[in-house]
Design a protein. Structure first.
Length: 141
């Protein structure tokens, strides 16, 4: 069966890979694997196949930005705890913990040590059923 996820891989740009990796390791409480692919250095977020993976990437053409596309990372069991580590790790919170409608979870926006605006999310509040998106794009006309 073919997976139908919209995202297959993501890269968060960094100018200082080690600083950025330490930031995300601290905030998310994970260990990232350092790798090299040609001129690009990466720190890969942990993930399980066939899930969506991603990394922090430093090298050719990677420029951090606080505008444009917004990527949401899983905050683990407690968004509040992850947000509590953001400033100590050198980042800043630009939108505090916010509740999604219908018990779908919580989210916040942060700016990392490289200047990237990133979302953190904690899906599904206690007792809420996780909802699967069944939206499809339809052409009208």
């Amino acid at each position: 069966m073919q997976k139908k996820d919209a995202i297959t891989w993501f890269e968060i740009p960094a100018t200082d890979l080690d600083r950025a990796a330490r930031f995300y390791e601290t905030v998310l409480g994970v260990e990232m694997k350092r790798e090299q692919m040609g001129p690009q250095r990466m720190a890969v977020f942990p993930y399980e196949m066939p899930g969506v993976g991603g990394c922090i990437a430093a090298g050719d053409g990677n420029r951090p930005a606080d505008h444009g596309n917004l990527l949401y990372l899983g905050a683990g069991a407690s968004l509040k705890a992850a947000l509590g580590r953001v400033e100590r790790a050198g980042g800043r919170i630009v939108l505090g913990q916010t509740e999604l409608p219908d018990g779908m979870g919580l989210f916040a926006h942060i700016v990392d040590t490289e200047g990237n605006r990133v979302g953190l999310q904690r899906p599904c509040l206690r007792g809420a059923q996780r909802r699967r998106s069944t939206h499809s794009l339809r052409r009208h006309g």
